[in-house]
Design a protein around this ligand. Structure first.
Ligand code: WTA
Length: 660
């Protein structure tokens, strides 16, 4: 049975314990329904109330939602605030400066606590250093950094001076970094000499140098380098500065820039169905509101919690649930430099024990790989650790199969912690569909119901609602404050991708398929409906990988599809036609490895095809269209039962079915 089928047949229900309900911010389903009804009754009033309660405004907003130029919605536009002020100063001003903001643990296991007061000082110093180099409100700063306190400092410093940041995941290649530097028009880059992951030092500055040398980003006048390992780097004195030295010379106070709620806080690139990644642009007010609000609801956050989100700041989860949401609430959180399997597969569990983590948030891929390790070695099994501090555990990024859900619930959550399976996207800014720990009865594999104020629905190709029990397209019917504002530099693409005319132009198209349960209305996500793959929770466009492959001089043509994978959710399978004759045996093996390395160099190791197959051609219709559904069957190893009568070259199927 496939993962989706097993979710659809899932009969187990886990109601919240009386204890969880009693102490919860949203306590019981009636409280949830009341909030939903409030949002239905007075949508703007509902959001205005939250925005006033959760954020501190320098100048209060007078208008909530502006729909006059839909789908370019504006929220709280005449209100003024600063994200960094909300995340730091206001807690210090309220007398909580000595509260621990970050518990930072390095790859090799040393940990340091940083208070809100310390963090504020560091952010101000770096903000001043950016200003000294001429970075000002509206300028873009690219951040290419390891998981570090400095990474959070760099993001917050940008927010403080109103310079939108664009964080590029440290695993991306120089080419990917170059494309993002160029597209966003960066004036400064913040990086590190190297990053430490799993006991290995990996270069960042060298890759950054390569990216800058590729051209198109001459506007980058300053490169700040965080000295992490002390490894050797090339230096261009006219451009490069050590981050700590530059910040060390500055004052530890810096007046925040007061910004319109609509001022762009950041741009984060994500894969879409066409070639180039999209720069998803987020606002200051609406985004920050939702990053904080969802932590209160989804994680039922309390000031006494120790929160830990294991994501990287290079992804949206690290933005909303490390850099912005927890800090906006004044939470104490763990930030981790390393990987879950180093020095062994018990790292997460030992860190939960050591730091008494109470709310833990990770990805299904991590859980699935740790299950394998734990089941093979009882020493690193979660049962060998004291995880009694945990209260709530969550997942994000991809569907979680019921088996992994149940294992996580039993072995990590001790059958007592609710599992919150949160569905959302880079574009949505924060959680959209998720259980509430003190209200929602849980069903393994289902993200259950929309959060209050989120009008999610399942529709058909024309935008009409489909009945529960029938699959369809996942949409959101009303704008919400944390939604993306546009695609950086490409408003047409924003409209076309997210508010397509075929659906009437008013529905937000998520790009996922979904089905709602007949009885409960619970949502189950069925995966992407476009050409986007989800490998270990990372979004990859098939076209992006195809263009990387065909840019190799030996490749004539390539088609990429996904195939279900036990650990990574999906795996990349590439079908390749070479300019030379089709390789076999050892030569095929060698060339496959070369192409995998090529993709890693072009995009990043996360995009490497797991399986590369060579053919004399690709299966095409007589009009020359590649038949991807056949490729998907071949990738899965299924026999071709589909109608192949329109196929120009049926013989090719046999070649492509061969796994080396
Ligand atoms: C998928 C990550 C099932 C989905 C926050 C979505 C999920 C894409 C879930 C966004 C979930 C995310 N269940 N699928 N709980 N969460 N997805 O932009 O396909 O990196 O469209 O944002 O991940 O990925 P992104």
């Amino acid at each position: 049975m496939s993962a989706i089928e097993s979710v659809l047949h899932e009969g187990r229900v886990f109601p919240p314990s009386a204890e969880a309900v009693a102490g919860a911010t949203i306590s019981g389903m009636d409280a949830y329904r009341a909030l939903m009804a409030e949002a239905e009754r007075d949508y703007e009033g509902f959001w205005a109330k939250l925005a006033k309660e959760t954020l501190s405004w320098r100048k209060p907003f007078t208008k909530v939602l502006d729909e006059s130029n839909a789908p370019f919605y504006k929220w709280f536009e005449d209100g003024e605030l600063n994200a960094s002020y909300n995340c730091l100063d206001r807690h210090v001003e309220a007398g909580n400066g000595d509260r621990t903001a970050l518990i930072f643990e390095t790859d090799d296991g040393t940990s340091t606590n940083i208070t809100y007061k310390d963090l504020l000082g560091r952010v101000c110093r770096f903000a001043n250093a950016l200003k000294r180099r001429g970075v000002k409100k509206g300028d873009r700063v690219v951040i290419y950094m390891p998981m570090s306190v400095e990474g959070v400092v760099a993001m917050q410093a940008c927010a403080r001076i109103g310079a939108p940041h664009s964080v590029v995941f440290g695993g991306f290649s120089s080419k990917s970094l170059n494309e993002r530097l160029v597209d966003v028009g960066a004036v400064a880059l913040v990086t590190a000499d190297e990053q430490m992951r799993g006991g290995k030092a990996l270069p960042l500055k060298n890759i950054a140098d390569e990216a800058l040398a590729m051209g198109g980003c001459e506007a980058v006048k300053s490169v700040f380098v965080y000295r992490r390992t002390g490894g050797s780097v090339q230096w261009d004195a006219s451009r490069d500065l050590w981050m700590n030295e530059a910040a060390g010379k500055e004052a530890d106070t810096c007046e925040p820039e007061w910004l319109s709620a609509e001022h762009p806080l950041f741009v984060l690139y994500t894969s879409g169905s066409t070639g180039k990644p999209k720069g998803v642009q987020h606002s200051t007010g609406g985004y920050l509101l939702w990053a904080a609000q969802t932590i209160k609801w989804t994680f039922d956050w309390k000031p006494s919690d120790v929160f830990w989100c294991t994501a990287d700041i290079g992804w949206v989860t690290g933005h909303s649930y490390i850099t912005y949401g927890p800090l906006a609430l004044g939470a104490t959180q763990v930030v981790f430099e390393g990987v879950p399997t180093y020095p062994n597969g018990g790292r997460f569990w030992s860190m939960i024990e050591k730091h008494k983590v109470s709310v833990f948030y990770t990805a299904p891929t991590a859980i699935r790989s740790l299950i394998k390790i734990a089941e093979a070695d009882s020493k690193v099994h979660p049962k060998s650790y004291d995880l009694s501090s945990l209260r709530i555990i969550g997942t994000v990024g991809e569907p979680i199969n019921p088996e992994a859900w149940v294992w996580y619930h039993e072995n990590v959550g001790g059958k007592r912690c609710p599992v919150v399976d949160t569905w959302w996207q880079t574009e949505t800014g924060g959680h959209m569909i998720s259980p509430l720990p003190g209200a929602t009865p849980l069903v393994p594999g289902s993200c259950t119901l929309p959060l209050p104020g989120i009008m999610a629905a399942v529709v058909d190709e024309t935008g009409q609602d489909v009945p529960n029990g029938q699959g369809g397209i996942l949409v959101v019917k009303r704008p919400w404050p944390a939604m993306l504002r546009t695609v950086w530099g490409d408003p047409e693409r924003f409209k076309k991708s997210y508010f397509p005319a075929e659906l009437g132009g008013k529905l937000y198209l998520a790009g996922d398929g979904a089905v709602r349960d007949k009885d409960t209305g619970y949502f189950t996500i069925m995966g992407r409906i476009d050409d986007v793959l989800n490998v270990s929770g990372h979004r990859l466009g098939t076209m992006e990988i195809e263009s990387a492959l065909v840019s190799n001089p030996i490749v004539a043509e390539a088609a990429v599809v996904g195939r279900p994978d036990e650990t990574t959710g999906e795996a990349v399978v590439a079908f390749v036609v070479l300019k030379r004759s089709r390789p076999e045996g050892e030569e095929a093996e060698k060339l496959a490895n070369e192409l995998r390395a090529w993709v890693a160099k072009e995009i990043g190791p996360i995009a490497k095809p797991k399986d590369v197959r060579f053919g004399d051609n690709l299966p095409k219709t007589r009009s020359g269209k590649i038949m991807r559904r056949l490729l998907r069957s071949l990738a899965k190893g299924e026999a071709i039962t589909q109608d192949v009568s329109t196929l120009e070259n049926p013989a090719i199927l046999e070649q492509l079915a061969q796994v080396r």
